[in-house]
Design a protein around this ligand. Structure first.
Ligand SMILES: NC(=O)c1ccc[n+]([C@@H]2O[C@H](COP(=O)([O-])OP(=O)(O)OC[C@H]3O[C@@H](n4cnc5c(N)ncnc54)[C@H](OP(=O)(O)O)[C@@H]3O)[C@@H](O)[C@H]2O)c1
Length: 326
């Protein structure tokens, strides 16, 4: 890490280095990191823009959530062989303070699921939809980036609540997945249609609830179709991440006033204390086949720059993960 380019990071911005591990001190552990999560939010960790976390220090290890197995422990809370998750960074091994990591039960599910539907993105979809969105039987709910890590969980939770759910995604394969695998009522391929017209057709009774992952033109199209006193959960705005400074709000923002809309943003940090509640719902739902979660795994730490680019081109189908220790 040398400077702060955000999503536009060129290849030579990243360096793969081989550094000795520092010694493990009292209250610390050493983890062999198995897999790390590639998230759109990483672009915000390499900009100087005001955000919910400070940027990664130039020359530092790129921040990432990961899962790994402990190979050394000088902590009373962890034993060698425990599987853990937390902000491990994009590296194959690391020394961590015990409070930095959370134990995961690898007997419940393969460890990579704890970065997917049973991890931060699953929790985000779960709390964003169930706690903030609060979908109800018969409501019309729209979810953007609906085949992705957060969107797919949010959409399935709305469906489980009895809502009529319309997913927006890029390309016919993703749309087929939304209707075929996830059982959504309708899917819109925003890359191959006029999204405003397609939404108007799919939502003749207007939209009660929108779960926004993308911002930009899609948000503008949805705003024009929201019901009086409709709700919008603002989870992300990936279409705007390449130009934080130049991002434009929707031209029809006044719809918020004219239609008495509620918009509520959040980050998962607001919900960390409620993670067990999410797992209580997500684990059985996944085990019983009521909840689908899909991962897209790239192999090899050296492919981090490719994986980072993929997510902004929509080349991932499912939670994008990078296996760093083969
Ligand atoms: N609030 C929180 O705490 C929190 C936590 C995690 C994630 N998020 C946000 O949730 C959103 C989804 O994240 P995720 O981890 O689940 O990623 P993801 O949906 O698995 O992958 C990102 C997807 O976004 C779509 N996309 C990329 N560029 C786009 C563009 N210009 N316009 C429209 N769609 C675009 C692509 O799908 P298509 O092929 O369908 O275009 C891509 O596959 C992001 O905005 C992220 O920042 C928020």
């Amino acid at each position: 890490m040398t400077d702060y380019p955000g999503q536009a990071a060129p290849r030579d911005f990243w360096a793969l280095t081989c550094d000795p591990l520092r010694e493990c001190g009292d209250g610390e552990v050493v983890a062999a990191i198995d897999t790390v999560s590639i998230d759109p939010g990483m672009s915000g960790w390499i900009t100087n823009k005001r955000s919910y976390m400070p940027p990664v220090k130039p020359g530092g290890v790129m921040r990432a959530f990961g899962v790994g197995e402990l190979v050394e422990s000088k902590s009373d809370k962890f034993a060698v062989g425990d599987w853990v998750t937390g902000l491990t960074g994009v590296q194959t091994h690391g020394v961590f303070r015990e409070g930095h990591l959370r134990k995961i039960d690898a007997s419940l599910a393969p460890p990579q699921k704890f970065l997917s539907g049973l991890g931060m993105t699953g929790f985000t979809g779960f709390f964003g939809m169930s706690d903030i969105g609060q979908p109800k039987q018969g409501e019309t709910v729209v979810v953007s980036a609906a085949s992705g890590a957060v969107g797919s969980i949010a959409a399935q939770i709305a469906k489980a609540a009895g809502a009529r759910v319309i997913g927006i995604a890029g390309g016919p394969d993703k749309c087929a997945y939304l209707q075929g695998e996830l059982g959504l009522d309708h899917a819109i391929d925003y890359k191959n249609c006029n999204v405003g017209e397609a939404l108007a057709q799919a939502c003749p009774d207007e939209i009660d609830l929108y779960f926004d992952n993308v911002g930009g033109e899609t948000l503008e199209a949805v705003l024009g179709l929201m019901k009086y006193q409709g709700r919008i959960v603002v989870c992300g705005a990936i279409s705007q991440y390449d130009d934080f400074a130049g991002a434009q709000g929707p031209a029809n923002f006044m719809s918020v006033v004219t239609h008495s809309l509620s918009l509520r943003g959040f980050t998962m940090a607001d919900y960390m204390h409620r993670v067990p509640e999410a797992l209580d719902w997500l684990v059985p739902a996944w085990k019983e086949g009521r909840l689908k979660m899909r991962e897209h795994v790239v192999e090899g730490i050296e492919h981090f720059p490719d994986a980072f680019d993929m997510i902004f081109r929509g080349e991932n189908h499912g939670k994008l993960l990078l296996k760093v220790n083969g």
